[in-house]
Design a protein around this ligand. Structure first.
Ligand SMILES: Nc1nc2c(ncn2[C@@H]2O[C@H](COP(=O)(O)OP(=O)(O)OP(=O)(O)O)[C@@H](O)[C@H]2O)c(=O)[nH]1
Ligand SMILES: [Mg+2]
Length: 216
């Protein structure tokens, strides 16, 4: 029984990866760099998009992944940011076929950066490629400093990590040394930026890193 389940999972991942490659190729042809933004519910993903996009010199697009509602997409559209909402209606992550459908329904002029805010979850999004060029992991100090130890895959696969809500550290027991030790054990060279979505602190450096990484 266990073997059968494993085989099914291998098939699901192989099919997903095939579609993800197609999505990435489609975006590359348009000169668009894609960022898969992952993090727990409420870590500050949408706030981070607002902070990064306002600092980037290039065009930005957003795909919002949520189980239900279009609250985040509407919030971004109000600020003039083109945003397309995907609702998964129960699924805890985005997958490549959902992205395939979204990018073919969006007006992507070409060039710039496409941000994909994954469903708030520190587990499943890390397992599925969705056509991105990089995975950006957003962790908040309110999530707790033990998260690299408990959810290693997201940290292992991240190309960049943003540690958010640093304005709240005086009120919490967040142990930065313990957190960073866990991060470095899994991903020795990953850049880590401390940011504050509330004040905008730290986002100049993170946006500059992203601009250079995206070649924009
Ligand atoms: N104190 C503090 N609050 C923050 C910070 N960044 C975001 N928040 C707040 O955290 C809450 C969640 O922020 P969002 O940006 O909506 O988080 P999210 O990760 O997009 O949430 P979901 O899409 O629901 O998973 C909001 O009330 C934000 O104002 C920060 O740096 N400091
Ligand atoms: Mg959000």
């Amino acid at each position: 029984m266990h073997v059968v389940k494993k085989d099914v999972m291998v098939d699901i991942h192989a099919e997903n990866d095939h579609v993800a490659e197609h999505v990435n190729g489609y975006l590359s042809e348009k000169g668009i760099f894609a960022v898969n933004l992952m993090g727990a519910p409420g870590a500050g993903k949408t706030t981070t998009l607002e902070r990064l996009i306002s600092r980037l010199p290039c065009k930005s697009y957003v795909i919002e992944g949520d189980i239900e509602s279009d609250i985040d997409a509407a919030r971004l559209r109000q600020q003039g940011i083109p945003a397309y909402q995907i609702n998964t209606f129960g699924a805890c992550h985005l997958d490549a076929p959902l992205l395939h459908n979204a990018v073919h329904n969006m007006a992507l002029d070409g060039g710039g950066i496409l941000f994909i805010e994954n469903v708030g979850n520190l587990v499943c999004p890390a397992e599925f490629s969705i056509g991105e060029d990089i995975k950006m992991l957003l962790v908040s100090v309110t999530d707790g400093s033990d998260k690299p130890y408990k959810y290693p895959l997201a940290f292992e696969k991240a190309d960049v990590i943003l540690l958010n809500k640093i304005d709240l550290t005086p009120y919490l027991d967040f142990d930065e040394g313990f957190f960073m030790e866990g991060v470095r054990h899994l991903n020795p060279d990953v850049p880590v930026f401390q940011v504050c979505g509330m004040t905008g602190e730290g986002y100049d450096e993170a946006a500059d890193w992203l601009r250079r990484r995206a070649g924009k």
